[in-house]
Ligand binder design. Structure first.
Ligand code: ADP
Length: 468
């Protein structure tokens, strides 16, 4: 009887003071101490992963190669991790969630020794959330923001180790998350390039708003960004305006043509304008005519080579080529080899610095009032859109305002005719032969645009032509 009481007391005290952990009976005090130590260790882990996320993803991509070249410690690890940003993110998130959830389980178990289960869940959830927020998130993240580069170099080798350690788990989640992202419509990429063109464009606009850039600078920077989207056809002087000379003309005739046209260079053709063989320059013509010493100077001897480029050639490539070949004038041809126009260095420079006008030359876009401009037919649609903040279609088979009007009308137009496109009034002001020289464009008043937008869900961008 005495023995059985003793056994009962021993059993009861064992129940009160010990707990089975993976089948082994351990004292509650011991388990509590170990648990607290583990929580402290895990909170460090949580801070490590959170700060890694900030350090690794806010480190500018442009900094990585220079760091590797300088041989900085950890730089190579950063480079290799950043080669697969999705896998890197999965590694960090798997690590972070594992430590946070383990911490929460341990804490609930320990608190459960001393309180009933409901209270244990409440106390543990609140306690661990506060701990993680302060020591596992905000403090380490703020540190990583201030010390991005140094911290990234420190954590990268450890992250590589974690990636190896948890390889199966990370590989599994890597694929599962990619699959789920696809299902939910998200892209597989975690990180896009460091800075995109559109971000640069926004920065330029913000720059002007904040007074960091003035308007001229903003326009020039914007034009520079647009430069690589511009093609030769958009900047050329069209065939109809080309002043050229036949190869069998005399030097005097060529000088007279230069003076008459006001241009310093003339394309030289054999037979017809579709067979341009080179370019002459007034400087050489005058020098040879005046100071050549002989009477029989031939135009042929003064012809310099030029380049024939397709109308679709990008102007940034064209500029590089003209600079390296030291050419000031090139001939633009279409797909059939027909001469379309010419491009000079000035045409390319204007794309960046804006219109360069000489003497009496008229500005291609003149404001009549806030909502109306008169434009030369050869002006690009994009420029008119920018000037009036309107949205005439760009990138179709026509580049210029004249092309747009002609395309919409579907036939030759006469002076005084007008067309309308989404409330924008376009009136043909001047026509020479078949060519639209000038048009007047009026944008709709603001209220009118809103109204037509509200009405026109199925607006198919049709326009009407009506004689004025
Ligand atoms: P220039 O001062 O001799 O006219 P630029 O290179 O400064 O030559 O070009 C000014 C503008 O005149 C450019 O738009 C260019 O396309 C055009 N242009 C230059 N030479 C000719 C030419 N021979 N015929 C027609 N247009 C030309």
């Amino acid at each position: 009887m005495g023995i059985s009481v003793l056994t009962a007391v021993a059993e009861a005290s064992a129940y009160l003071y010990t707990v089975p952990i993976v089948g082994i009976e351990l004292s509650k005090t011991g388990v509590t101490a170990i648990g607290i130590l583990m929580i402290l260790f895990l909170i460090v882990g949580s801070g490590f992963f959170s700060s890694s996320e900030i350090a690794m993803f806010s480190l500018g991509t442009h900094r990585i190669d220079p760091m590797v070249e300088q041989g900085l410690r950890g730089a190579k690890a950063i480079k290799s991790l950043k080669e697969d940003p999705h896998r890197l993110l999965v590694t960090i998130l798997v690590g972070n969630n594992m430590v946070n959830i383990t911490m929460s389980s341990i804490s609930t178990t320990i608190v459960g020794f001393y309180f009933d289960p409901g209270t244990a869940v409440l106390v543990s959830s609140f306690g661990i959330t506060s701990l993680v927020l302060i020591f596992g998130e905000t403090a380490p993240k703020s540190y990583a923001v201030d010390n991005t580069e140094l911290h990234a170099r420190r954590v990268a080798p450890v992250l590589q180790f974690v990636e190896k350690l948890l390889w199966p788990l990370i590989t599994l989640f890597h694929y599962v998350t990619q699959f789920v992202n696809k299902l939910t419509g998200g892209g597989p990429a975690i990180e896009s390039s460091y800075l995109s063109r559109s971000e640069i464009r926004e920065m330029i606009q913000t720059g002007e708003r904040e007074g960091v850039l003035d308007e001229e600078e903003r326009q020039m920077l914007q034009r520079t960004l647009r430069f690589n989207r511009t093609i030769a056809k958009e900047v050329m002087t069209p065939r109809l305006d080309m002043d050229a000379i036949s190869a069998d003309s005399s030097v005097e005739e060529a000088i007279a043509e230069c003076v008459h046209s006001g241009h310093t260079r003339l394309p030289v053709y054999e037979g017809g304008l579709d067979n341009v063989i080179g370019v002459v320059n007034i400087r050489d013509l005058v020098r040879d005519a005046q100071y050549g010493g002989t009477d029989d100077v031939e135009l042929q001897d003064l012809i310099e080579p030029t380049l024939h480029v397709p109308e679709s050639k990008n102007v940034d490539d064209l500029l590089t080529e003209m600079r390296s070949e030291r050419l000031h004038m090139v001939i633009v041809i279409d797909e059939f080899g027909t001469t379309e126009g010419l491009v000079t260095m000035e045409d390319l420079t204007e794309e960046i610095v804006g219109e360069i006008l000489e003497g009496e030359e008229e500005h291609p876009i003149e404001f009549v009032n806030d909502d109306t401009v008169t434009v030369k037919g050869e002006v690009n649609i994009e420029e008119v859109n920018e000037a009036l903040s309107i949205d005439l279609p760009e990138g179709e088979e026509f580049e210029t305002i004249a092309g747009f009007i002609f395309n919409r009308a579907g036939r030759l137009v006469e002076e005084g005719e007008s067309i309308e496109y989404e409330g924008i009034q376009i009136r043909v002001e001047q026509v020479e032969n078949t060519r639209i020289m000038k048009a007047r464009i009026t944008r709709p008043e603001e209220g009118a645009t809103l109204e037509s937008e509200a009405e026109g869900g199925d607006d198919d961008h049709e326009s009407d032509t009506n004689d004025a």
